[in-house]
Ligand binder design. Structure first.
Ligand code: ACO
Length: 372
């Protein structure tokens, strides 16, 4: 493979009208709306509606959409039984991937169950899936997966803590969901598009995407970033530790980006949330540690934090266990994945690139009896 095409960097593989980072790779818009405006003014449900249905909802449409999502939160009995069978030590991303695949057998895509309905069902149910499995195995309880909470952020936090969530935590999680919702032809979205380009079903597309998001070079970076940040108690410890890591040619997760060259426009938005929450948290020093890591990474490598870096400390301050960070990315990105599946299907052509063959030239076949 030539250097220019390694990892498909810089290769345009299709068109999209859903989001763009712009030609200079500096901003981010969803269907033309700047991410800063969406993060400041919207509920995640407005953004999900924008991605899935193509327009920002008016008040009535939003109320109706929130009611629809709330009404879909109950899990099918067979899904709950299966969640009870998934081992306690399973990676939560594997729980979501398996549950998505299983839902494809219980409620398959059909003329009666349209793609938009499946998208809404998955959005509504993923927090309940994760937390039903979690509470069953860790606390021995079979929780109700319905709550009276109107937003996905408050619903998730309520299911996690089993009580009315802290309003500041709801704001932070809602903001992070908006920032995580969509990002053009990233690896997991591309995986979903490749899968449905074969005319496979909606659930297969999302299952591929979840499996792709799981890795630390993509969605898994927020968990890896927190694991690293939490090994330091002070900014000076962090400075020494990160310089040592860089000297050993190790990667600091949560830094760098394939598309952005100067900064990730989502990072400062979530960094503000992290700074705010740090003030009242007993481990608020993790935010100062993170800021020093940011400084060192810029001075040493000219690398900037991506969305995953300060999402890690922000989520930690909200009391969210580290191994749930990437699943939270799923709860939100389901909206972007769905929009891309619809778009791919609208004007489908099988995605099937070619490879630059670098293997053996054609050679004479040797029967088994003659091989040494
Ligand atoms: N820490 C240390 N060095 C880095 C980092 C990092 N986080 N990111 C890039 N570099 C270095 C590489 O080592 C490489 O150096 P070299 O040329 O001396 O070998 C150079 O910068 C280019 O890096 P690549 O990995 O080739 O860049 P690519 O565009 O392929 O990768 C990626 C982008 C995967 C995001 C990369 O920056 C990375 O691995 N970051 C850490 C993982 C991460 O945070 N992923 C989250 C992505 S954003 C998201 O999913 C929301």
């Amino acid at each position: 493979m030539t250097q220019q095409t390694a990892g498909l960097a810089g290769v345009i593989v299709g068109t999209t009208a859903i989001s763009t980072v712009g030609k200079e790779g500096v901003g981010l818009t969803y269907r033309g709306y700047d991410i800063h405006d969406l993060a400041k003014h919207c509920l995640f449900e407005e953004v999900a509606y924008l991605l899935i249905y193509g327009k920002l909802p008016n008040r009535q449409e939003l109320n109706h959409y929130q009611k629809k999502l709330s009404s879909l939160r109950e899990l099918p009995a067979d899904l709950k039984t299966s969640l009870e069978l998934i081992p306690q030590q399973t990676n939560p991303m594997d729980v979501l991937r398996t549950a998505c695949s299983l839902l494809g057998t219980l409620e398959p895509e059909s003329n009666k169950l349209k793609q938009t309905d499946i998208a809404d069902r998955l959005l509504a149910r993923m927090p309940g899936i994760l937390l039903y499995w979690y509470h069953f195995h860790h606390n021995g309880t079979r929780i109700q997966t319905e709550t009276h909470e109107l937003t996905l952020a408050s619903h998730f936090l309520h299911l996690l803590t089993r009580k009315k969530p802290n309003p500041q935590h709801v704001i932070t999680v809602n903001t992070s969901f908006i920032l995580y919702a969509e990002h053009e032809f990233n690896a997991s979205t591309f995986a979903a598009r490749v899968t449905v380009s074969t005319l496979s079903d909606f659930y297969s597309g999302i299952t591929s995407a979840i499996g792709t998001l799981r890795g630390p070079l993509h969605g898994g970076a927020n968990e890896a970033a927190m694991e690293c940040i939490s090994t330091f108690r002070t900014p000076s410890d962090a400075e020494i530790g990160i310089k040592k890591m860089l000297a050993e040619k190790k990667k600091m997760m949560g830094f760098g980006h394939r598309v952005y060259k100067i900064s990730d426009p989502r990072s400062d938005i979530i960094k503000q949330q992290s700074a705010q929450l740090a003030k009242d948290h007993s481990e608020g020093y993790f935010h100062s540690v993170a800021e020093r890591i940011e400084q060192v990474m810029w001075n040493e490598k000219k690398l900037f934090p991506n969305l995953d870096f300060y999402s890690a400390t922000a989520y930690h301050f909200c009391g969210i266990p580290t191994h749930f960070f990437t699943p939270l990315f799923v709860f939100s990105r389901l909206s972007g994945w769905s929009a891309h599946i619809f778009e791919q299907r609208q004007d489908n052509r099988l995605i099937r690139p070619e490879a630059d063959y670098v293997g053996e030239k054609q050679r004479a076949f040797m029967p088994l009896s003659e091989r040494k």
